[in-house]
Design a protein around this ligand. Structure first.
Ligand code: AMP
Length: 510
């Protein structure tokens, strides 16, 4: 089934329902969104040289046209390549070239930097700004019928953040996107016409992926007028659009919790805050639960197995009477419905509960491979299992605790130290807003633990206080040997802390 069928069928049954708003301004009903996508689909297929299955890059910040272009691609039997709009032009160029995209849609903020690329990259015929007349011309065709595709055809190329080298395009087929959509109803929520999804995180990532289950059930979608994340704006929007679901990177949850506007949030305004993509620390989670109640849902996944491998349900966030309530909050939960998860050693042998190894997973959600990269595909998908590169352990009840990625592990005097444990301890200090722990070369020990700390406004815990909080919570040898107080942690375009940059800072400082 072509995934475009989700929009087509909602448009048929609920044509007059509000599908898309920009801030407080209505933009599309389901009927008009589908009509626009079908017209644009015709425009796309009419472009010289455009063939079924061709890739179309979406280099746009969140905007209503994101929905038009994405659904137009599928309607036309083309493959969408949503790319994080905060990348560097050189990174865009790499992805455009790697996908062999014929066309790139861009927003005006990126037009100047990206338009020249059509002259530089052989395969890229044109770059169209979705705010220009050229885009409107493409949308003026007679609507195109939904094109037939094979379920295994690529629908979405999800580019990894490239923290371990060049970004790779995880190929998500029409089937994988449908499997992901159905799993939402199994493990997150049954959504419907009275729900809303507010897209304050990039549509090229989880927010966009999980727009599909909401499109299929006719929920309303809202792009904030700021086209990004601003806690005050989110609180205004949830007052306007009830039963709101939003995706947040953990740092966004923390920022919302710390914002004075959080005090005014009423029960039911947030239906679901789903968070993931990076570690959520226990202290931050407890603060968020105290503010927003049990509307939090955690997913652990990768673009390679979209949204997600494991989950911590809202019920688990609410079950305060459970004897292991807090311990469970430090995990990333249990496998999603129909997803198999194992913890294995270097030779893919199963480890016993509690032992730490690589997390591997298998499901029909999984990518079919990396675009144009058979070597990386074979390595990552060996034996039919997705090798996540994440380290973790699973308890007897199937709850997965993520440790750090193997490259972040600190080995000091032959002993493994997981930075996350040290970070969790430091965050117990009320003056610590954010922190990140890495290893520094040490002539005797191999590595030693050092911590980068961002403090809350007006507070500056002493090193002795931070030592104390560590000594009270973790083994002495895990305590940082140096603290660096900085204004902000370096983060990727998706809000992940860039330990590689901290290592560079350390080297430069040395
Ligand atoms: P991405 O494909 O950009 O979403 O990045 C996936 C990586 O983010 C995973 O391999 C994990 O290392 C990390 N990650 C995703 N979800 C979580 C989570 N809930 N807790 C901790 N790390 C996570």
């Amino acid at each position: 089934m072509n995934i475009a069928n989700l929009l087509r069928s909602t448009a048929r049954s609920f044509a007059d329902r509000q599908a898309l708003s920009f801030g407080d301004r209505p933009v599309h009903t389901y009927g008009s969104l589908h009509d626009r996508a079908a017209r644009l689909a015709a425009g796309l297929r009419g472009l010289p040289g455009m063939q079924p299955g061709d890739r179309v890059a979406l280099a746009m910040k969140n905007c209503p046209q994101y929905f038009e272009t994405m659904w137009a691609c599928w309607q036309a039997g083309l493959c969408a390549v949503p790319i994080n709009s905060k990348l560097h032009p050189r990174e865009f160029a790499y992805i455009f070239e790697n996908t062999g995209a014929r066309l790139a849609f861009v927003t005006s903020d990126l037009a100047e930097a990206l338009t020249p690329l059509s002259g530089e990259i052989d395969t890229l015929d044109r770059v169209v700004c979705v705010e220009d007349a050229e885009y409107e011309t493409l949308c003026r065709h007679e609507p195109l019928e939904m094109q037939a595709v094979a379920e295994s055809d690529p629908a979405w190329l999800f580019y990894t953040s490239g923290t371990t080298g060049r970004p790779k395009g995880a190929v998500l087929s029409h089937h994988a996107l449908l499997a992901m959509t159905l799993r939402y109803y199994a493990d997150v929520d049954h959504v419907g016409l009275d729900d809303h999804m507010i897209h304050c995180a990039p549509l090229s990532h989880a927010s966009g992926l999980y727009s599909l289950p909401h499109i299929a059930k006719g929920s309303g979608h809202v792009i904030p007028a700021s086209q990004g994340f601003d806690p005050a704006e989110v609180f205004d929007l949830i007052a306007m659009y009830p039963n709101a679901t939003i995706f947040c990177a953990p740092t966004m949850v923390t920022r919302m919790t710390a914002h004075p506007g959080a005090e005014g949030v009423k029960p039911g305004q947030f239906r679901t805050i789903f968070y993931g993509g990076a570690p959520m620390y226990l202290e931050d989670l407890k603060r968020a639960l105290a503010k927003f109640g049990p509307c939090l849902w955690q997913g652990y996944g990768q673009g390679e197995m979209p949204n997600t491998i494991t989950f911590l349900s809202k019920a688990m966030h609410a079950d305060t009477a459970h004897p292991r309530f807090e311990e469970r909050l430090t995990t990333v939960g249990v496998p999603r419905t129909g997803v198999e998860v194992r913890i294995v050693d270097e030779d893919d042998n199963d480890l016993t509960p509690g032992e730490i190894g690589e997390v591997i997973a298998r499901s029909d959600l999984c990518m079919s491979g990396y675009w144009n990269n058979p070597e990386a595909s074979a390595k990552t998908l060996r034996g039919g299992w997705l090798h996540t590169g994440d380290l973790g352990s699973m308890d007897e009840e199937g709850f997965l605790t993520l440790k750090d990625r193997s490259k972040d592990l600190i080995i000091s005097g032959g002993t493994n130290i997981y930075p996350r444990e040290v970070e969790e301890a430091l965050l117990i200090h009320p003056g610590v807003l954010e922190c990140s722990v890495i290893g520094r070369h040490h002539p005797d020990w191999g590595e030693e633990v050092v911590a980068f700390v961002v403090t809350r406004e007006g507070q500056r815990p002493s090193e002795a206080e931070l030592d104390r909080v560590c000594l009270d919570n973790i083994a002495r040898f895990k305590r940082p040997k140096a603290y660096f107080f900085i204004d902000a942690l370096p983060k990727s375009a998706y809000g992940k802390i860039l330990k590689s940059e901290l290592r560079e800072m350390l080297k430069a400082g040395a």
